[in-house]
Design a protein around this ligand. Structure first.
Ligand code: ADP
Ligand code: MG
Length: 445
């Protein structure tokens, strides 16, 4: 594993371990510049922060590094150039002429983040369908497309897949992929160097603008202002805009109202946490990319024990590395070693399908599954239905819209209301918690 991949893996792990502000402000500013024997040189893109990071996070970083390298490393901190460096083009990813694979503008896209490498299941099928539709005819169907969801659910992957597909069909498309942070930095730089004219020229003429983690611009007035005009200019010329965020437009604090309404003006879709099957599929894809045919049983074991796809990739890399270093096949006991003592047996829950949940709830309340799915507003059916929403969400992590879909097109606000009600009742109402336990016992044995 090269230092860059290693560090990416470590950061992905850390992102799940520390709070968001800590990750964004400190840890994400570091990179592994060199690993020479046991000495690891950690670069920090914000020289002001070096001391702070060294005192506060040295031991955490060392712990992670030691886990992966199996060494007792010594950390040295130093300043590192920013990722975009002095390159005034900043996040520019634009192709005026057909590019070769090695052209610098392609480097910003991860070549592995394609539709072909994207596994689809209930938690992400709507997002996938929308993304492929946009890639097929940008500027026509859903504009803007706004994808949101938690860390590691595949937002960046899906967005870059759109970019790959559009470039494949039309290498001359004027396309930029960048993160909200890069966009912000570039505006600040343009304002500082009085080059906002170039900036406007560059962005307002795009055919496709993909902006990842847009929530970053919230609370930054000049940036929001510029983004608003960029957005309008692109849309007026028939260009496509795709955005991702860690939360829905109405949950982004300090986002200007006019932007919020723009964001919601197209299609907004949430991507849920991946279910067990999806985690297995992702593992198989990732293993294959590294030239491994992962036995399905081992994939299942890993997927049972690790919920987040990013973390999953880290575990997979560790498992593969262990297997290579010790020259042993990938097996249950190897995974045991990597994951430590808390390992769970492959989960019984896995393989239970939504229909089975409907059946279990119906059975528990002595009603018919068709009554639960139907739209009769019978009081007797209200609680069982709400319990059903709750189970879909808590046990299967289905997105709200998905739950609405399974139950014959109910509105997501109804679903949300039901889930909240059941979760509140679970804390105060004995009968409710007993009902839930009873149904779960039926389902998972
Ligand atoms: P996000 O941007 O939502 O935080 P990423 O797109 O960075 O998540 O995904 C995290 C990792 O998980 C990436 O390596 C990505 O390829 C992988 N991943 C997530 N969802 C899928 C999927 N459905 N199919 C294949 N890989 C996935
Ligand atoms: Mg992302």
């Amino acid at each position: 594993m090269n230092t860059e991949t290693l560090w990416k893996t470590i950061l992905a792990d850390l992102e799940l371990e520390v709070s968001k502000p800590v990750f964004q402000t400190f840890l994400s500013q570091t990179k592994l510049l060199e690993l020479n024997g046991q000495t690891a040189t950690i670069g920090c893109t914000q020289p002001m922060l070096i001391n702070l990071i060294e005192t506060r996070y040295q031991s955490l970083l060392k712990k992670m590094l030691d886990t992966y390298t199996k060494m007792d490393t010594r950390l040295v901190f130093t300043a590192a150039p920013r990722q975009t460096g002095k390159n005034i083009d900043g996040p520019l990813f634009t192709l005026k002429t057909p590019a070769h694979d090695a052209s610098p503008s392609r480097i910003r896209l991860n070549p592995e983040y394609t539709f072909a490498n994207f596994a689809v299941s209930t938690s992400n099928q709507m997002a996938y369908a929308a993304a492929t539709a946009v890639a097929k005819s940008p500027g026509v169907s859903y504009n803007p497309l706004f994808l949101y969801g938690g860390v590691g659910v595949g937002k960046t992957h899906l967005m870059q897949a759109v970019a790959h597909e559009i470039i494949r069909q039309n290498p001359a498309a004027r396309l930029i992929y960048c993160t909200g942070e890069e966009f912000t930095n570039e505006i600040i730089e343009a304002i500082g160097t009085k080059t906002t004219v170039n900036f406007k020229k560059k962005y307002r003429k795009l055919n496709i603008f993909l902006i990842d983690d847009i929530q970053f611009i919230a609370g930054k007035n000049a940036v929001q202002e510029e983004f608003f005009h960029t957005f309008n200019a692109i849309q007026q010329m028939g260009g496509q805009i795709v955005m991702t965020s860690d939360r829905s437009p109405d949950e982004i604090n300090r986002l200007e109202e006019r932007l919020r309404s723009r964001f919601e003006g197209g299609l907004t879709i949430d991507i849920g946490q991946p279910d067990f099957e999806l985690r297995c599929a992702i593992l198989l894809i990732k293993a294959k990319q590294r030239g491994y045919d992962l036995p399905i049983e081992t994939a299942k074991l890993m997927a049972t024990n690790v919920e987040n796809p990013r973390k999953l990739e880290g575990v997979l890399i560790r498992v593969i590395t262990e297997s290579q270093m010790n020259n042993v096949p990938i097996s249950g006991s190897l995974i045991n070693n990597v994951l430590g003592s808390q390992i769970k047996e492959t989960d019984k829950k896995n393989g239970v399908k939504p229909d089975k949940v409907i059946e279990a709830v119906a059975d528990y309340f002595h009603i018919k599954p068709s009554q639960l799915k139907g739209d009769r507003r019978d009081r007797m059916l209200a609680t069982p239905r709400q319990i059903l929403y709750f189970l879909f969400r808590s046990e299967f992590n289905l997105p709200l819209m998905e739950i609405g879909g399974i139950l014959g097109g109910r509105d997501h606000t109804t679903i949300m209301y039901g889930i909240k009600k059941v979760s509140n009742l679970m804390l105060t109402d004995r009968k409710m918690s007993a009902d839930i336990l009873g149904i779960k016992a039926k389902l998972f044995g």
